[in-house]
Design a protein around this ligand. Sequence first.
Ligand SMILES: [Mg+2]
Length: 264
Amino acid sequence: MIQLIMKKIILVTNDDGIHSPGIGALMRAMEAIGDAYMVAPDRERSAVSHALTLHRPLKVEKLGANVWSVNGTPTDCVALGIEKLLPGKPDLIVSGINRGGNLGDDITYSGTVSAAIEGTIFGISSLAFSLVIAEPPGARPDYGAAGHMALRVARFALENGLPYDTLLNVNIPNAPEEEIKGVRFTRQSKRVYHGAIHETKSPWGEVHYWIGGGRPFWERGDDTDMDAVMDGYVSITPIHLDFTNAGAIDWLRKKWNGDGFPIG
Ligand SMILES: [Mg+2]
């Protein structure tokens, strides 16, 4: 049987910036399975969520045959990569490997996950990868095992595709591969930070506020993303782009008193 082997086009991006070690590890992993192209922010853009730059032009700098840096957001990078920079429509979009987990409600802030959201909106299989670095915060990140896991998940997505409107959010413990116990398919947990706003003063005595740190509180549950990584497993959560709470439509119908406004 003659088998046509077409090399897959893979777009690699992140929110930690083009010079972060995590995106280097992800790029090397993707080069093993396809034609990998890196389009990434020229500096760290963590926690920009799904921001799109509308009010200034974007500058693109070619740093290598398959590498472009953009003075914009992860979402800008995905849009530019798909529409302008890559030689064809990507078969796969991968984002990360983020320095730090994207668990629970963190994903709503995450530029890493939002890049995968943008890819999913374009109808392309998209994956977000994050390295969960446990306390203390200064622990040294090791992207070796995460790179291998990214390769496995990317192969899976290329072979099977993904369900409609769905991306995979992958969180990998910061541990040697032999210490990772396996994979759990999980749901997004609740994670809230307290005490994350710090008051500081400028040299001129003005009060400023600095958001960061804080104590995370999370919902526990065997089936959650958080529990999986706490137990030493890779967490893979399928994330659906449709945020609609379908049951709440009926709740609204029942609770809404009309007030002279007809319900259709
Ligand atoms: Mg980041």
